[in-house]
Design a protein around this ligand. Structure first.
Ligand SMILES: Nc1ncnc2c1ncn2[C@@H]1O[C@H](COP(=O)(O)OP(=O)(O)OP(=O)(O)O)[C@@H](O)[C@H]1O
Length: 230
């Protein structure tokens, strides 16, 4: 589904990603773990063409997208739920959802999003900026789904949420997975990550230092490379 090979990304002269290679298989969830500042967001932004990589290959369903601008990557079927939600605070819930809608036969539409998140229906006329953190996260996920992605990237979806809301987000991700949507998730909450992952990657200073099925993600690796909440 998604193949990322030997990605090198820089901010100016700072070499951040040193040959990142990872993949997401059809219908599966891959998790990217790592301490703060290790390059997780940069990896997602490189895939999306937001922070283009200088070297490497990115393929979605066999189609090369490395070097494509962000709008083309998005059009090729990759959606993102960004870190910090990034919803439009001065647009209503409904407007937030409609701005990204890319109609697709049998794809997501407004009513599907409201069926999945009844709370967003209740708040459809409220300004995005007036929503709670949990509601904003629902809106951010809903907005990404409105692009009808074939693959979804989520950057720390549990960040800043209450334990109750984290459980809600886990439920939603499991639901989407069961519907066959492949996902690449950056996460700091280890309990959440391990409850969702089919495959785990650990990033350390821009290098993948663990790559394996979640059953093989061992305590030694965890202790060496992560300082995560459990
Ligand atoms: N716009 C930028 N300009 C320069 N350096 C940056 C920029 N964004 C990130 N960096 C640096 O790149 C490195 C990787 O950052 P990145 O945000 O990808 O890490 P991360 O693993 O996602 O961490 P976090 O969990 O804190 O978001 C860090 O050293 C960071 O300071």
């Amino acid at each position: 589904m998604l193949e990322v090979q030997n990605l090198h990304t820089y901010y100016g002269d700072s070499h951040i990603l040193h040959g990142v290679t990872l993949s997401v298989q059809k219908g599966s969830v891959s998790i990217l773990l790592g301490r703060n500042g290790m390059g997780k967001t940069t990896t997602l932004h490189s895939i999306m063409g937001i922070t283009p990589s200088k070297q490497g290959k990115i393929l979605i369903n066999g189609k090369e997208i490395q070097g494509e601008p962000n709008y083309k990557v998005s059009k090729s079927g990759i959606g993102i739920v960004p870190q910090g939600r990034r919803i439009f605070g001065n647009l209503t819930v409904k407007e937030n959802l409609l701005t990204t809608h890319r109609p697709y036969k049998d794809g997501w539409n407004l009513n599907d999003i409201y069926d999945m998140f009844p709370r967003l229906k209740e708040r459809e006329s409220s300004m995005g900026g007036n929503l709670s953190g949990g509601e904003q996260q629902m809106l951010s996920i809903g907005r990404a789904l409105m692009t009808n992605p074939k693959l979804l990237l989520l950057d720390e979806p549990s960040e800043g949420l209450s334990p109750l809301m984290v459980r809600e987000v886990i439920k939603i991700i499991i639901h989407l997975k069961n519907e066959g949507l492949p996902m690449l998730i950056v996460e700091q909450n280890l309990a959440m990550a391990t409850s969702l992952a089919d495959h785990v990657y650990v990033l350390n200073k821009g290098n993948i230092v663990f790559d394996g099925p979640s059953e093989e993600f061992d305590t030694a690796t965890r202790n060496k490379f992560l300082s995560l909440s459990s």
